[in-house]
Design a protein around this ligand. Structure first.
Ligand code: 4AD
Ligand code: MG
Length: 461
């Protein structure tokens, strides 16, 4: 069997030759004596046109095929320069493998993204989702390629952990399943000392702390895996299960960290534009008509760098009526982030040196005693796609910060030992993979860039 992608990439060499393809019917049109099938074989975003006529013994059956039926076609590939399709297959034989019914939900008409979410098992067959999930796959590959080419070691950090990296909000707790037998304390709480792990565990919110242990052995490392946050916020940018890429680099400061992030984002965009031109064309035409301009602009510009304090000044002086008025010390909201990237700079912006009180315990305290060496990368259309920092390597400063926040040293003993045994300056960040895909495709809801989205009340599939 020949894959349709091979034919598209090298049509000349297939011209006039016998081919055999298999796939799913997207449309059938017929007149009395001949007909056309748009076939998608899954290997490529685009369809191939099949021409058939009444010389086929099952001509009648073929004209009655429902959308999504699966067939195997043998015939001659004919180049048709000048026609709407650059080539078509003149069928000699069509075998019907699996029929479908007229109730098939994905008929030719356009469907809303909201509707398609309710049929997550079928939506990969639509053009939009075919493009999204091909781009998602390629972007993942581009990320591995970027880090591997630079000698980074890929570390698989645990999904089930006994620590909380971010202290940012609710986590999913892990306990053994048999609820009747779950051991309870006299107060009725779950008794974790009797549980599988003999302690309280949760699904990881970030692989960072474990990645740090590897960075202090391998120097340059990265993780790429699922992370979990029990976010109740029902937004277009938050999911309870999302994938994160977390590089961690020894001997690197905040500047090095930003340079790596900027190079990585540009690399991903360039790679996907070059390797998924048909899909990207589709997004630029049907999803976000400013997409190419924006992506090209990003690849060719230097990202802006401003401090949190400067960002607050800009927002205060903007005269803009924000839902959340801006004060130094508050966390920037999406409306603020978008104002900065979309109205002021019109390109990606690193905001650095946030107040320590709105950031995680591990971020390195700056000399002013009030801010930490944090960096968030904000991009037009999406807002924050990356959060990172230089890490606190000074044991005494770190311990003091943990005390202030009420974190127990015993719980982080291994993390603290990294500061005792050859501790060094080091930095890293986390890229939200779905946010990156939204940015790449122009899709505006996180539910539409992950195959089976997990948001509040949504775990049907
Ligand atoms: O800013 P965050 O919380 O940073 C960390 O977790 C650090 N430990 C990363 C590090 O330094 N190694 O999350 C990083 C990124 C965010 O910028 C955002 O893109 C994404 O992860 N993210 C989410 N994406 C989808 N749904 C959610 N609920 C997300 N929460 C964070
Ligand atoms: Mg963040």
């Amino acid at each position: 069997t020949t894959l349709v992608k091979q034919i598209y990439r090298d049509a000349e060499s297939f011209g006039g030759k016998e081919v055999k393809v298999s796939g799913w019917v997207r449309t059938v049109r017929d007149s009395k004596v001949f007909g056309f099938i748009e076939l998608n074989d899954g290997s490529f975003f685009k369809n191939i046109q099949i021409v058939f006529d009444e010389s086929l013994e099952n001509f009648k059956e073929i004209t009655k095929l429902s959308v999504s039926s699966s067939i195997v076609v043998e015939g001659i590939l004919e180049l048709t320069p000048g026609a709407k399709q650059p080539f078509e297959i003149k069928a000699r034989k069509i075998v019907i493998e699996g029929t479908s019914t007229p109730e098939y939900p994905l008929q030719k008409k356009r469907h809303t993204l909201e509707y398609l979410r309710t049929i997550a098992h079928l939506r990969p067959r639509s053009n939009t989702f075919s493009a999204v999930f091909r781009v998602r796959s390629l972007a993942a590959y581009a990320i591995h390629k970027f880090f591997q080419e630079r000698g980074f070691v890929y570390v698989h950090t645990p999904i089930i952990t006994g620590s909380d990296a971010e202290g940012a909000g609710a986590m999913f707790r892990v306990t053994t399943l048999d609820l009747r037998d779950t051991p309870r304390t006299p107060e009725g709480d779950i008794d974790f000392s009797q549980d599988f792990f003999e302690k309280e565990t949760n699904l990881t919110v970030s692989g960072q702390l474990e990645a740090e242990t590897f960075a202090l052995a391998f120097r340059n490392v990265y993780t790429f895996g699922p992370t979990f946050r029990a976010e109740k916020s029902n937004t277009a940018r938050h999911a309870a299960e999302f994938w994160m890429i977390e590089p961690e680099v020894a001997f690197a400061d905040l500047e090095d960290n930003m340079r790596l992030a900027e190079d990585m984002v540009k690399y991903i965009i360039t790679y996907v534009m070059e390797n998924a031109p048909e899909e990207m064309e589709f997004f630029n035409k049907f999803i976000d008509t400013g997409l190419f301009d924006r992506l090209n602009n990003i690849v060719n510009s230097d990202f802006e760098r401003i401090t949190y304090t400067e960002a607050v000044d800009i927002l205060k002086k903007s005269g803009e009526k924000f839902e959340y008025p801006v004060e130094w010390g508050m966390d920037l909201q999406t409306e603020h982030e978008r104002y900065i990237t979309e109205k002021v700079f019109k390109k990606p912006v690193f905001v650095i040196n946030y107040p320590k009180d709105i950031k995680a315990f591990y971020m390195r305290l700056n000399d002013d005693g009030k801010t930490v060496a944090a960096m968030d990368l904000l991009v037009p259309g999406v807002g924050e796609i990356i959060g990172g920092s230089q890490r606190e390597e000074r044991l005494d400063v770190l311990e003091k910060r943990m005390e202030e926040l009420g974190l127990k040293k015993e719980d982080y003993w291994w993390y603290l030992e990294l500061r005792k045994y050859g501790g060094t300056k080091h930095s890293g960040y986390g890229l939200g993979f779905e946010r990156m895909i939204m940015y790449l495709t122009g899709m505006s809801n996180i539910r539409d860039v992950i195959p089976f989205p997990r948001t509040t009340g949504n775990a049907e599939f």
